[in-house]
Design a protein. Structure first.
Length: 244
C-alpha cells in the first residue's frame, strides 16, 4: 500500500470514529479530496485507493488536472473562491461549486448553465468566523440570499460551506461549525429550497473530526492524505516554470 493510500485509509477510519461518536452512520460523510498543488500521478494513487470526489481551489489548476485525469471515474468540485469571469472555465470540469457567495456569481453561473443546458449543485459559502480575510456571506444575510437564489433555475442549492477560524482553539473552531449547522437547520424550515438544503461542507485536514462531530456531511481533506503542500518554487505549483 502506498503512503497516499495508507493516509487515506487512516482519514476514513477517523471519520468513521467521529461519526459514530456523534451517533451518526459511518457512511454519512463524503470526503472531497483536495488536490491543490498535488501532481496527477499522486492523485491517481488516491483514486486507486477508492477516492472519487476531488476538489480544487483554482480554476486553472483544476482544468489542467481534470484533463490529465480525464480517464478516471471521478467527480470534481470547485471549492475555492470563484471569480465570475472564470465561470466558463470552471464549468468545463466542475460538477459542483461549494463557494457560491454572491448574486453576481449566481447570475454568471446561471447564464452559462442555461447556455449549456445543464444544472449545477451548489453550496452557499458562509463566513462563520467573521474574519475579513475569508469569503462568504455574513450569517444574517443568508435567508435573503436564499430567497433571491430561488429564481435561478439551473442552480441546485444543496446546503452550505464554511471555513473555520484557523486556530488550535477547539471551542472557537466548533463554534464556527455549530453556527453553520444552525443556519442549515433554520433554512430547512424557512428557505424556499427547504428540505434540499441538507449538506454541510466543513472541516479540513486539521479539524475534520470536530466538524464531523458537529454534523458535517462533507469534509475537504488534502494535506492529511498527500502531506504538506508543494512550495511556490516547486514543479507543480500553478504558474511555476514547467508546471503542467
Amino acid at each position: 500500500m502506498s503512503l497516499v493510500a495508507s493516509n487515506l485509509a487512516g482519514v476514513r477510519a477517523r471519520i468513521v470514529d467521529a461519526a459514530l461518536r456523534s451517533g451518526r452512520a459511518a457512511d454519512s460523510v463524503r470526503v472531497v479530496l483536495v488536490t491543490k498543488t498535488v501532481e496527477p500521478d499522486r492523485v491517481r494513487e488516491a483514486i486507486a485507493a477508492g477516492a472519487r470526489d476531488l476538489g480544487e481551489n483554482k480554476v486553472q489548476e483544476g482544468r489542467r488536472k481534470a484533463d490529465a485525469l480525464s480517464d478516471e471515474p471521478v467527480r470534481w468540485s470547485m471549492i475555492g473562491h470563484l471569480q465570475s469571469n472564470k465561470v466558463k472555465d470552471a464549468l468545463r470540469f466542475a460538477s459542483e461549486v461549494q463557494s457560491l457567495d454572491r448574486l453576481s456569481l449566481a447570475t454568471a453561473l446561471e447564464k452559462r448553465l442555461q447556455f449549456l443546458g445543464r444544472g449545477l449543485d451548489v453550496l452557499v459559502q458562509v463566513n462563520t468566523s467573521g474574519e475579513a480575510s475569508k469569503f462568504g456571506l455574513a450569517p444574517e444575510d443568508v435567508p435573503a440570499f436564499l430567497k433571491e437564489l430561488a429564481g435561478f433555475h439551473a442552480l441546485r442549492p444543496k446546503g452550505f460551506m464554511t471555513l473555520a477560524t484557523f486556530t488550535p482553539d477547539e471551542h472557537e473552531v466548533r463554534r464556527c461549525f455549530q453556527s453553520l449547522r444552525d443556519i442549515r437547520d433554520r433554512a430547512l424550515h424557512e428557505a424556499p429550497q427547504g428540505e434540499h438544503l441538507t449538506q454541510l461542507s466543513m472541516g479540513m485536514s486539521g479539524d475534520f473530526e470536530w466538524a464531523v462531530e458537529e454534523g458535517a456531511t462533507i469534509v475537504r481533506v488534502g494535506q492529511a492524505v498527500f502531506g504538506p503542500r508543494a512550495l511556490p518554487n516547486s514543479h507543480y505549483w500553478p504558474g511555476a516554470a514547467g508546471a503542467s
